[in-house]
Design a protein around this ligand. Structure first.
Ligand code: IFM
Length: 393
């Protein structure tokens, strides 16, 4: 059960969820200005994990995990606090962060947009604004010029369709709109943005550029599934996979896949069967990961699992989860999928968006008062897997 010898082992985090103090983002404002009767967010992000200062400590943990790669994101609002005004101090900060990772032998996989936006961009209409791709490409080019030599793989946008869903289809995230047309515009703008940002980064140097796509596997319920359920499952899978990836295929050097769960379609509704579920009730189904990986083979390019993990406060299922997902990965590799790396989400417990801090995804727990990092049991299991480059069934 060995992985290829050049396989990348890592963990993933994002800037807003771990850095703390990102006060120039729309999320920060939303967290602070909760209206009466407004349920979400359950709590503000505040200092998060203080990884803005404690990044050396975090990368030391990656080293202890025997990792050879790390996925982080950088915060647009810090780098471009005002339109067209770039903050050299913050660029220098990220140079120190990336150098710290490099010094520990970690290849850097860097996402330029992970859900949060600078306030000025949000006030201009955010991802609904037709000029959004232009603003983002300008920022991406500065990142490539300043940080490019320290970045092994660029990812333009994290989970663009999750963003559209949360902000404009179900309206749980700012700007809290329920408007399917806006949701579609947002997705189309992300497609345009990726193309433009790809070009902007490539104009600086021939850097490796991809996107991070959350893909849910869909299947119809039951041994003898109903025809309509099968049809809906196929259509839903198309919508959250090829609908987005096909138009940008030529502007992709690699695909980043975030896989968390499978939806079963029963009576035209998505369900998660009882049994193996995380604290967020997400169904743990490694078969779904295998199906998605095999489907992505047709894109004929390197694939990284840029996120895979579960909320498990008692660390009860995490080891089995990792093991079974990795067995699924190996099976997909054996069937010809060019899978090049795996990043567990997440290194450390962090701000889980509107849910606040209660869902615990980390291999490392964090004391919310002292911010002390404490590896969980599964941390040592993952360290062993990474060290041996193999998973024992
Ligand atoms: O915490 C998030 C992350 O920001 C994006 N992918 C899913 C994770 C777990 O919900």
């Amino acid at each position: 059960m060995k992985f290829p010898s050049d396989f990348i082992w890592g963990t993933a985090t994002s800037a807003y969820q771990t850095e703390g103090g990102n006060s120039n983002c729309e999320w920060w404002q939303w967290e602070l200005n909760k209206k009466r009767g407004q349920k979400y967010p359950l709590e503000p992000s505040g200092i998060a994990c203080d990884s803005y200062n404690k990044y050396d400590e975090d990368f030391d943990l990656c080293k202890q995990l025997n990792n050879n790669g790390v996925r982080i994101s950088i915060e647009w609002a810090r780098i471009e606090p005002q339109p067209g005004k770039f903050d050299q101090k913050e660029l220098d900060h990220y140079k120190r962060v990336l150098s710290s990772a490099k010094q520990r032998g970690l290849k850097t996989f860097v996402t330029l947009h992970h859900f949060t936006n600078p306030l000025w961009f949000f006030k201009k209409g955010g991802w609904i604004n037709p000029k959004a791709p232009w603003y983002f490409a300008r920022y991406a080019k500065v990142c490539a010029k300043e940080l490019g030599p320290l970045i092994d793989t660029f990812f333009t946008i994290n989970e663009p369709q999750v963003y559209a869903l949360m902000c404009y289809t179900i309206g749980k995230w700012p700007p809290n709109k329920i408007d399917p047309i806006k949701s579609l515009i947002c997705q189309i703008n992300f497609i345009r943005t990726h193309k433009k940002a790809y070009k902007a980064i490539k104009s600086v140097d021939n850097y490796t550029v991809g996107i991070v796509k959350n893909i849910v596997w869909y299947e119809a319920y039951g041994e003898k599934p109903r025809f309509l359920d099968t049809l809906v499952a196929k259509f839903m899978f198309y919508l959250n996979c090829d609908f987005f990836l096909k138009p940008i295929k030529k502007q992709l050097d690699v695909i980043g896949l975030n896989y968390y769960f499978t939806n079963q379609i029963k009576g035209l509704k998505a369900i998660h069967p009882a049994g193996m579920v995380s604290n967020l009730n997400w169904w743990i189904n490694p078969e779904g990961l295998k199906e998605v990986l095999i489907h992505l083979k047709k894109y004929k390019m390197p694939i990284y699992i840029t996120e895979n993990g579960l909320a498990d406060s008692e660390d009860r299922l995490r080891k089995v989860f990792i093991k079974s997902m990795l067995v699924a990965c190996l099976s997909a590799i054996q069937q010809g999928t060019p899978l090049k790396g795996y990043f567990y989400w997440s290194l450390i417990d962090n701000f889980e968006w509107h849910e606040g801090y209660w869902p615990k995804f980390g291999l490392v727990a964090i004391d919310r008062k002292t911010l002390e990092r404490k590896p969980r049991k599964s941390f040592y299991y993952y360290a062993e897997v990474c060290n041996n480059n193999e998973v024992i069934k």
